[in-house]
Design a protein around this ligand. Sequence first.
Ligand code: 5FU
Length: 360
Amino acid sequence: HSTLKGTFAQRSKTVTHPLTAYLFRLMDLKASNLCLSADVATARELLSIANRVGPFIVVLKTHHDMVSGWDYDPEFGTGKKLSALARKHGFLIFEDRKFGDIGNTVELQYTSGSAKIIEWAHIVNVNMVPGKASVTSLANAAKKWEERSHYSVKTSVSVGGRSRGSNEDDEDDEDDDEADVAATSEGRKGSIVSVTTVTHQYEPAVSPRLDKTILEEDSGESVSSFDEPPSDRGLLILAQMSSEGNFMDERYTNACVEAAREHKDFVMGFVSQQSLNTLPEDDFIHMTPGCQLPPEEEEEGTEVKGDGKGQQYNTPQKLVGIAGTDIVIVGRGILKAGDPQEEAERYRSAAWKAYTERVR
Ligand code: 5FU
């Protein structure tokens, strides 16, 4: 298939989904096709590992329900902090929630509850065993959410009789109002007559842009080195699993591909063990868990078999180079290393080498 030979830069120009286009550009800019599976026990560890490994990855995968101390505050909670780190280092957040229920339920699980996954996860995935309706429902939920967040709110605030306008994103409004009130109270104590939202005028948000110059000049420490990703949300369909004896047979996988083609504006691609692009027009992205490298000191080519709990491992060379997937997902291979940062670089380099040799 042509996507096996196409570079990420080339694919970013032609792919349908705006978030996939953004991701391909990130991959090209950072020379990385590595996703960290941040399976850690606490929110503190999660933010710390995201900050340390951020420079080497393009996707950070979470299982928010295994993290203790997750702060659900919509403004200052763990999701918001992760988003800030994602912006700082340039990666997307993928909540590996594997939704697997009737349409109505998955829609609510995606958008509501304490976690409000849709607010902080750019990407989620679905286990399509219950049928295609789960994909349709998640797509509809994302569409509704995007329609809201694609627009910034223009607010006029009347403080102490004078009127002033502000044009900020939804999320900044409250801070601004607070700042206004604080500033006014300091200057003219007790003189706030009213703080009234006068108008809500919807305007399209500014379109996103990735700037290579900014990236090259950046030391990796400053916030906002990368342009904001588009506000579109994306879905990966769980088409194949890495675990031994799983029940995802060919018929199921084919149905996943069919569903993906029916929802190209929402489905970015698959969590799978091989490339599933077969039609000439297919350009789905493939992310693959079950990846480990043999320890550095061992002979090259030594395989790491599994974890004794059903997980099966393959090397980046096998997954990206031979099976044709795009991004390798690595958890314990990096997390359990003495120096996770150094190990992330070793995985980045191996996965990138497999990719460059594939497209050569
Ligand atoms: F869909 C899948 C799959 O087929 N295999 C997986 O291992 C998801 N995973 C996840 O990837 C799993 O839930 C872990 O979060 C991660 C693999 O972690 P490891 O430590 O690299 O084995």
